[in-house]
Design a protein around this ligand. Structure first.
Ligand SMILES: Nc1ccccc1-c1cnco1
Length: 243
């Protein structure tokens, strides 16, 4: 997978070259290119934004600069990318989105700041038949899209074959079966007077699986009843319903 990121703060994306993602890049599973949007400005001030038509607070990022940047970065590789624009006004980014994008051969993230990018940049790209996803990582206000790109790239790249040491862990993630993961424990058996639940040390794998499923159902019901309500009928078996 090739990943391009266009931003006015390239340094903000440095963490993408660390740890798991850094290893994926080193292993050739991911090609990452971070581009400075200001490289496509032509004025001495390298202006990337301007006042919004219609007035109001903040600044809007200029279409000319973004248009030139996108055209140049698109041309760097023959593969057509999904263009991703992080925005608080976007559709929710979920595990399903990450799984969908993990199948893409190329992703191009356009990091907007201020009050966003002139809408015509997205409209022009869509008008040329390019897939553009405007997505939000949650209902809160960030200063720019860069933090959202760190989140989304990690969620996607960990799903790529060969990235995770143990692919099973991707299957057992929270959300992969529609439920939140339950509590996890490791040694010592007792710590500050708190003991590991007996069943987890019993060696009875059926009982352990049941206990874990019950804790996941319990936690999901308490913290994310919306996820429980969204589960398809077939997702809960008889034992689940008894819980
Ligand atoms: N608040 C923001 C400001 C700029 C670019 C993205 C966001 C965003 C993305 N997901 C939530 O917020």
């Amino acid at each position: 997978m090739r990943i391009d990121v266009i931003t006015i703060f390239p340094g903000y994306l440095a963490p993408l070259r660390e740890a798991l993602l850094g290893r994926a890049i080193a292993a050739g599973l991911v090609d990452l290119d971070v581009h400075d949007l200001r490289d496509w400005t032509h004025d001495v001030h390298q202006a990337v934004d301007d006042a919004p038509y219609g007035g109001g607070p903040g600044m809007v990022m200029r279409p000319q600069v973004w248009g030139e940047a996108l055209d140049a970065v698109l041309a760097r590789d023959a593969r057509t990318p999904r263009i991703v624009v992080p925005t608080p006004a976007g559709r929710p980014f979920t595990q399903a989105t990450a799984q969908e994008w993990a199948g893409a051969e190329r992703l191009l993230f356009a990091c907007g700041r201020y009050e966003g990018i002139d809408q015509r940049v997205v409209d022009d790209a869509r008008g040329r038949g390019l897939p553009v996803d405007e997505v939000s990582i949650g209902d809160y206000v960030l200063v720019g899209g860069e933090a959202a790109v760190l989140v989304m790239v990690e969620a996607v790249v960990r799903l790529l074959p060969g990235v995770l040491g143990n692919p099973a862990s991707a299957e057992q993630d929270s959300f992969s079966d529609g439920l939140l993961e339950g509590p996890a424990y490791t040694r010592p058996e007792t710590w500050r007077g708190l003991a590991v639940p007996e069943v987890l040390r019993s060696g009875n794998h059926a009982a352990i699986a049941r206990w874990r499923r019950d804790r996941a159902l319990e936690r999901t019901a308490q913290r994310r009843p919306d996820l429980l309500a969204a589960l398809p009928e077939r997702a809960l078996d008889k034992a689940d319903r008894a819980f």
